[in-house]
Write a protein that binds this ligand. Structure first.
Ligand code: DX5
Ligand code: ZN
Length: 217
């Protein structure tokens, strides 16, 4: 089973973004996780196209773009053009999720669906084979550095069973409060991609933190 680590640049040092991107390039991490927030879907605003374009110029790993925005359909093409390799939209922000997933795939990139801690896994039942990735939020989205919500383990196990039952090969990603201490338990529950912001960029040694999560496999 695929097991990947995706450091979230939301927790990077924006005065030295180049240095932090290079650090991830030089590490064993697999993807860059890029959090876009609009101040409407979530109570925070992060960054948009200019940052994404700059990261894309120097990143040597795929960009996993997590859109915490309303009406994401309006911007899919622009995010793909800016360099997204995966675009994940929130189920709660999409009236026509099936159509949105088709639109993302038609841009030639991977399509993901995220669910908030308050959204049940069964809300994904009808689209299990229509996405390349399902992101289970393990904190309420909006900020880095929050505490992991333990009921996430059950949600990961539930989703793993549903995907297996329907022969769907989508990846399961977990995002929020993830780090070396819970990485192994999440991989064991059936997760494939672990996002880590503070656990990487606020660590004394980010490379060691990434390595510890990689070793959790
Ligand atoms: C939260 C974001 C996360 C965030 C994770 O809304 O979606 O990707 O960067 O940060 P940590 O790992 O610090 O919880
Ligand atoms: Zn995220």
């Amino acid at each position: 089973m695929k097991r990947l680590i995706a450091p979230s640049i939301l927790s990077a040092d924006f005065n030295h973004l180049h240095k932090d991107v290079m650090l991830v390039n030089s590490s064993n991490a697999d993807w860059f996780h890029v959090d876009v927030m609009d101040g409407v879907f979530v109570p925070n605003i992060s960054f948009g196209f200019p940052i994404l374009q700059h990261v894309k110029k120097i990143a040597q790993k795929p960009l996993d773009v997590h859109l915490m925005i309303v009406q994401p359909d309006r911007y899919l093409q622009e995010f793909a053009a800016a360099g997204a390799d995966v675009i994940t939209v929130h189920l709660e922000a999409c009236t026509h999720i099936h159509r949105t997933l088709q639109s993302i795939r038609s841009l030639g990139i991977k399509a993901g669906v995220a669910i908030n801690p308050g959204t049940p896994v069964h809300a994904l039942d009808s689209i299990l084979t229509d996405a390349d990735l399902f992101l289970i939020m393990s904190v309420n989205p909006g900020f880095g550095g929050q505490k992991f919500i333990p009921s996430t383990y059950d949600k990961v196990r539930q989703l793993r069973a549903l995907l297996d039952d329907s022969n769907a090969d989508a990846l399961i990603e977990v995002d929020g409060g993830v780090g070396p201490d819970n990485a192994e338990a999440l991989f064991d529950a059936g997760a494939n991609v672990l996002v880590a912001g503070n656990a990487v960029f606020k660590a004394d040694d980010p490379l060691v933190a990434i390595e510890r999560m990689k070793e959790a496999q």
